[in-house]
Design a binder for this molecule. Structure first.
Ligand SMILES: C[S@@+](CC[C@H](N)C(=O)[O-])C[C@H]1O[C@@H](n2cnc3c(N)ncnc32)[C@H](O)[C@@H]1O
Ligand SMILES: [Zn+2]
Length: 277
């Protein structure tokens, strides 16, 4: 399934190494993932979430606050690929693997590939694989803007709160392939922003410029969750971009909270690749 990031030829696995016919090779790390970022793309400024961000994300996700979302996406994914006997699914920008493992468990017939540009995140995906006994997924360090997969090879790409690539997704998806993109809804975490900011604002819809796709379904999926400790509130806060925009007083206000009911709100969009792309 993987292609060489250097020459784009197909990679074959021999022992613990992926090789292409032109002699490029990529070792499988001890934890079981492969790093398919070429050395010149390993820019420390653009290497995705760092270990601290991955830890905060894991601690929060493991409490299950976003499990309803993961299951909802998996349900939509299952419908989108229901006609295909052995579907190939890619979770692009998979983070630390919480969602990817839910998809793998729910989509038993599928082979699920998770890719993320962050090595710390992908390494944690493998911890999830080993502890959760998931056997239908594989993980690689790679960029969503240079996917390590051949043309017309995937049935479904899922992108959740991660960068989206019109050209790469259209290249990698088969004809009629599906794409599920999830982003925060207008009211997502509004209560957290109300606690941190003097003038909270609603999120604006994301525009992805997906002109090689047709939007076939859109759902605003919202539910409330009660965060029951200051720690959970701060973990959630550190997963958001508000981390960088909040004043010291705003952070102090959050630290004083013992619980907070928040709206978890998501816009889940289903796209179909337009014929000819
Ligand atoms: C907000 S997180 C979402 C992760 C995961 N989908 C989730 O919801 O838990 C965004 C992820 O995109 C990754 N990322 C950023 N730029 C990327 C790129 N060019 N290619 C692949 N992943 C990227 C980050 O490392 C991070 O794991
Ligand atoms: Zn090669």
């Amino acid at each position: 399934m993987y292609i060489c990031p250097v020459c784009k030829k197909r990679l074959k696995k021999l022992d613990n190494v992926w090789h292409c016919q032109n002699g490029h090779s990529f070792d499988i790390a001890r934890k079981g993932y492969v790093n398919l970022l070429t050395t010149n793309k390993r820019n420390p400024k653009n290497c995705g979430d760092n270990a601290e961000m991955v830890k905060a994300r894991t601690e929060f996700l493991d409490k299950g606050y976003y499990l309803p979302l993961a299951l909802r996406i998996a349900q939509k994914a299952g419908k989108a690929i229901s006609e295909i006997s052995s579907p190939i699914v890619i979770d692009s920008g998979c983070g630390e693997g919480f969602y990817t493992c839910v998809y793998a468990n729910e989509l038993e017939k599928a082979k699920v590939f998770g890719i993320d540009i962050s090595k710390a995140a992908v390494s944690h995906c493998m911890t999830r694989v080993h502890t959760g006994l998931v056997n239908n997924c594989e993980f690689a360090v790679a960029s969503s803007f240079e996917l390590p997969f051949g043309d017309n090879t995937a049935d479904l790409i899922i992108s959740t709160f991660a960068p989206v690539s019109n050209d790469e997704y259209a290249r990698v998806l088969k004809s009629g392939g599906k794409l599920i993109v999830t982003s925060p809804s207008a009211r997502h975490l509004f209560e957290l922003k109300s606690a941190a900011y003097d003038e909270p604002y609603e999120n604006k819809p994301n525009r992805y410029g997906l002109n090689k796709f047709e939007l076939t379904d859109e759902e605003i999926f919202e539910y409330k969750k009660l965060l029951t400790s200051t720690e959970d509130i701060l973990d959630l806060f550190s997963m958001t971009p508000y981390l960088y925009k909040t004043s010291a007083q705003g952070v102090e206000r959050l630290k004083a909270l013992k619980e907070l009911e928040v709206t978890c709100g998501f816009c889940i969009q289903l796209y179909t690749k337009v014929y000819g792309n």
